[in-house]
Design a protein around this ligand. Sequence first.
Ligand code: ZN
Length: 185
Amino acid sequence: MARLPNVRVGHPALRTPAGPLPPERLREPEVQQLIDDMVETMRDADGVGLAAPQVAVPWQLFVYEAVDPEDPGEGIPLRVLVNPMILPEGHELVYDWEGCLSIPDLRGLVPRHPAVRVRGLDRQGRPLDYLAEGFEARIVQHEFDHLNGVVFLDRMRDLHSLAFYDEWAEYLAETGAAARATRPE
Ligand SMILES: [Zn+2]
């Protein structure tokens, strides 16, 4: 496996809507390798999610995982989503901190739906249909945005909470929102 180069904001791949991944191509070893490499890249960066446009691949594909290294039995197990659609459940929004592997070192408060219905394909092309809630719902919405050329800065209501990581950890982490959303997506 290989760690893929992350692109950062300013790279056009992050602002270009991704196209569907033709499901028949999931049989190709190169595509399975890409998925493995995305998982490794996410883990190497200590992230909780990675979308294909973040490694300059213009496909509707993302991976996510939020397992506590100290307690691997807990948390959100690895998911691979191909050609996903999401549908919010309910109308309210909740704020929590987000970061992004494509916007290194910054954190900000982002409103998201607390639960979303997720439909798409897994890495074998089998249909998926499930409800993501809480932190998982936040990750899914963040990664889904990447497939549409949207980054978390676009979703902030205003930029007052925008902070570099060290300042965030010193002054903001304890204020109001859960501290768990500190790993980039
Ligand atoms: Zn991101």
